[in-house]
Design a protein around this ligand. Structure first.
Ligand SMILES: Nc1nc2c(ncn2[C@@H]2O[C@H](COP(=O)(O)OP(=O)(O)O)[C@@H](O)[C@H]2O)c(=O)[nH]1
Ligand SMILES: [Mg+2]
Length: 198
């Protein structure tokens, strides 16, 4: 969907964004919070089958898991439509990531400071692919608060990777994350807005 690169490097009006991160970090919540359509969810009840497979430590209240992906849509500035694809977090679904990430403008890597290392695979993945991404730290109650530069260092991120706090349940917070991501991705990819056409 990022076809704007070939026609004068403009930001296309339909933009694909990936929402990634570890299990239970708030991906489904974020897509549901911002989506103006009823989000497509592929949640299944966590069953005994997943014991020892899905790590629910820290998110013991979690009762469901995403088995394919989340999908939602949000219109920005009445002009841009962001299509959000939430990846399933568990390792056994990684084979789907290439499909989900194909053509994406950028990605939000959600992080939980209680289980920060869970977002390493997502960070690695987007670094290797050269997909611009931001790290959004979802603020769960009771989670230790870290300085953003500490998180940047702990994740070994380059200085140009934006790191921010968010609340996946808040529309304003999620919108800010998405706007920051789009601006970061546009800068990285050298895109200009559609409205700045020559
Ligand atoms: N306290 C708090 N809980 C959250 C937040 N975001 C998500 N949750 C809860 O954390 C659990 C896991 O979220 P979910 O969106 O299913 O995670 P996913 O596995 O990444 O899709 C759910 O029970 C959510 O209600 C948040 O910002 N704060
Ligand atoms: Mg989910």
């Amino acid at each position: 969907m990022v076809s704007g690169r070939s026609d004068g490097r403009r930001l296309p009006t339909a933009v694909k964004i990936v929402i990634a991160g570890g299990f239970g970090v708030g991906k489904t919540t974020m897509v549901g919070t911002v989506s103006e359509t009823r989000p497509l969810r592929t949640e299944e009840i966590l069953t005994d089958e997943s014991i020892g497979v899905d790590d629910v430590s820290g998110v013991e209240k979690k009762k469901t898991t995403t088995v394919a992906m989340d999908f939602g849509r949000i219109t920005m500035q009445e002009e841009y439509v962001l299509y959000l694809f939430g990846t399933p977090g568990q390792e056994r679904f990684w084979f789907m990531w290439d499909e989900v990430a194909l053509g994406a403008l950028g990605a939000v890597v959600l992080a939980d400071t209680r289980r920060l290392s869970d977002c390493f695979p997502s960070v690695d993945y987007f670094e290797r692919r050269g997909t611009p991404f931001v790290v959004a730290v979802n603020c769960f109650e009771g989670a230790q608060q870290f300085d953003l530069t500490e998180i940047q260092m702990a994740l070994n991120l380059g200085p140009d990777v934006p790191v921010m706090l968010c609340d996946a349940r808040s529309l304003a917070s999620c919108k800010k994350v998405l706007i920051d991501l789009v601006l970061h991705a546009m800068k990285t990819r050298g895109l200009v807005p559609e409205t700045q056409k020559a």
